[in-house]
Design a protein around this ligand. Structure first.
Ligand code: 13P
Length: 247
């Protein structure tokens, strides 16, 4: 099963559902439709209406983040996994580099994963090195630490997906070369195998994925799917990514 996840970030109003209508009508007729899953993470404001619209459809809706508490609290503006689940989301991202930059610590991330799983949300846990860590050959060490500090054996591995998103690649048009990316995905899967003491969960790649570079990325069979930012805001680009993947 391949994953094509579209992360809309701070984008979208109610009429943006048209983008998803187009993706839905493509994927419901696509001959490869049983080979992949589409998940879209719109902003909180749109989760409920989108989830209702695509109930029992090919597209599933997720959240871009969740708060590190279970249900209700007195934290102004916070949205808990329980609240997200209650409006129909099936997934949540945790640990996106945008949120790490805003102060998400490993302890917070561990609580987010734990409470999300408790509320039956599947978790897409994001990791990735920055430019200077890459330049100093720290990538493997950084990724291992990000994984081992947060993911624990007691977590249900079947509800966790890991997304490798090098920070220097997000929104820059730059992607890792094929050889480096293959090695990194293998490294991540090895670390995950050690944590869970069994087969690795799915590992995705994210960072400037588009309808052109998918041609190179698809050759790396160890990649179980993609977390797509900018290109997921265009139905044409998102559909072309899937089309070109199965070409
Ligand atoms: P871009 O595809 O725009 O580089 O964004 C990647 C990302 O951050 C998805 O979560």
């Amino acid at each position: 099963m391949q994953y094509f996840i579209g992360n809309w970030k701070m984008f979208g109003v109610p009429r943006s559902i048209n983008i998803l209508n187009k993706i839905n009508s493509f994927s419901s007729r696509d001959k490869n439709r049983n080979k992949y899953r589409i998940i879209i993470t719109p902003p909180y404001t749109l989760i409920e209406s989108f989830a209702n619209r695509f109930k029992d459809k090919k597209i599933m809706i997720g959240s871009q983040n969740c708060y590190q508490k279970n249900q209700f609290s007195s934290d102004t503006s916070a949205i808990s996994p329980y609240m997200i689940k209650s409006v129909g989301a099936k997934y949540t991202l945790v640990g996106h580099s945008d949120n790490r930059a805003e102060g998400d610590t490993n302890t917070m991330l561990k609580d987010k994963v734990s409470f999300a799983l408790k509320n039956n949300l599947k978790v897409v846990f994001c990791i990735g090195e920055n430019k200077s860590q890459k330049r100093n050959n720290k990538t493997f060490k950084v990724l291992k630490k990000q994984l081992t500090k947060v993911l624990k054996k007691k977590f249900d591995k079947k509800s966790i997906i890991v997304a490798y998103e090098p920070i220097w690649s997000i929104g820059t048009g730059k992607i890792p070369n094929q050889q480096d990316l293959l090695k990194t995905i293998i490294h991540i899967k090895k670390v995950l195998k050690t944590i869970f003491r069994s087969k690795s969960p799915a590992v995705l790649y994210g960072g400037s994925v588009d309808e052109d570079n998918i041609d190179m990325l698809r050759k790396i069979r160890e990649i179980d799917g993609f977390l797509i930012g900018g290109a997921s805001k265009s139905s044409k680009k998102f559909i072309d990514i899937i089309r070109n993947y199965y070409r």
